[in-house]
Design a protein around this ligand. Structure first.
Ligand code: NAD
Length: 366
């Protein structure tokens, strides 16, 4: 099967970090018999400037047809005052919405060499490898009715937390499938003690498990207790499955366990396409970092690890993903550091391209 990729570097440091990913993609083509058909497009502020919209219909059409979309970052002060519909972030939101990417995967993985960067004690996070699967297209951010209205003399703000059975079931399947590729454990988090939608969430997850995924270990936890457990003993978790609102918060909490924003990849997956691969968008968690853009100092690792996720979840190349993650681990163990990773213990300071050089050298040596 051919492997097709759409690359959308975006704004700010997006193109800088994506340039390093391009080198890694080429490496897999040349050395691992995995050629990629790569097309490139515009998204965000640059797309508005050059094509009149934060993502054009033509680019959306390509995004819908490829195996995976890899995005750098969008946004920057230049576009802050645009109308809401033209803002760079709308490009990203349109991708997520039009591709119906309902499962957001946020790994919290701590490389041993960076354990000191965590806000927790190093022994609690060294070797940490958990994944939060957050439902991304429903729940309280989308439910109707919503808005601020008047009730007598005061204003009332309303948002509706609403989930259908099928919305819960499909994201639960994503989490169970993922667990099978990892350590085979899922912990589902909701608030069934105080929310009817939480009761439904719990029951549907359990039903999908019992009918289709009896081989995966499933536990349930109330989301507030789950938050405590994530900071008390994060290594107890493999896959955490949760809704849009709780997932938004819990994944940010988990992210901080690992130290730097420049290290965090993510994936958003939708339904399987005709070739069996899921619709997929991979992107670093960080933004366009206008404060350091154009200086060649950004850390490309989050974007490179996003490609590793693409290898694992879109291209069924878990061994390639392991290889790439191992190369990153090894470079960090050697003390190679972009500015954001430079701690009190020092290290070898490098820029964006040299970090790419170091990772490619490790791949060559593997
Ligand atoms: P940011 O993630 O861009 O930057 C936060 C801080 O982290 C900055 O000091 C930055 O220099 C640093 N940083 C981020 N990524 C880094 C990397 N790879 N290497 C080294 N340092 C890194 O968040 P922000 O400053 O709040 O937002 C800047 C712009 O990015 C805004 O326009 C915002 O809307 C946009 N944004 C986009 C996305 C996205 O594209 N997914 C996500 C968040 C923010």
């Amino acid at each position: 099967m051919t492997n097709t990729l759409l690359i959308l570097p975006g704004d700010g440091i997006g193109p800088e970090v994506m340039a390093q990913v391009r080198r890694v993609i080429d490496w897999f083509g040349a050395n691992r018999g995995m050629p990629f058909e790569v097309s490139e497009g515009l998204v965000g502020g640059i797309a508005y400037d050059e094509e009149g919209a934060p993502i054009s219909d033509a680019t959306m059409e390509v995004a819908q047809s490829v195996d995976a979309v890899l995005l750098g970052a969008v946004g920057g002060p230049k576009w802050d005052d645009l109308d809401f519909k033209d803002k760079p972030e709308r490009g990203l939101l349109r991708l997520r919405k039009d591709m119906d990417l309902f499962a957001n995967l946020r790994p919290a993985q701590c490389f041993d060499a960076l354990a000191d960067f965590s806000s927790l004690k190093p022994d609690l996070v060294a070797g940490l490898d958990m994944m939060i699967v957050r439902e991304l297209t429903s729940g309280v951010y989308f439910g109707e009715p919503r808005g601020v209205s008047h009730d007598g003399n005061e204003r009332v703000g309303v948002n509706t937390h609403r989930y259908t059975e099928s919305e819960i079931a499909r994201v639960a399947r994503s989490a169970f499938e993922l667990a099978r590729k990892r350590r085979n454990r899922v912990c589902s988090m909701e608030k069934r003690n105080v929310m009817e939608a939480g009761i439904l969430w719990h029951d549907v997850v359990q039903e999908v498990h019992d009918a289709e995924y009896g081989d995966v270990e499933l536990t349930h936890m109330l989301a507030d207790a789950g938050g405590m457990q994530i900071v008390r003993a994060p290594k107890q978790f493999d896959v955490i499955l949760t809704d849009n609102l709780f997932g938004d918060m819990l994944s940010d909490v988990a992210a901080m366990l690992t130290g730097s924003l420049g290290m965090l990849p993510s994936a958003s997956l939708g339904a399987p396409m005709a070739n069996g691969r899921p619709k997929a968008l991979y992107e670093p968690v960080h933004g366009s970092a206008p404060d350091i853009a154009g200086r060649g100092v950004a850390n490309p690792i989050a974007c490179i690890l996003s490609f590793a996720m693409a290898l694992r979840y879109s291209f069924d190349a878990g061994d390639g993903a392991d290889l790439l993650e191992g190369a990153v681990q090894s470079v960090l163990a050697d003390g190679v550091r972009t500015g954001d990773l430079m701690g009190p213990e020092g290290g070898t300071p490098v820029g964006t391209a040299q970090m790419g050089d170091a990772i490619l050298a490790k791949l060559d040596a593997a």
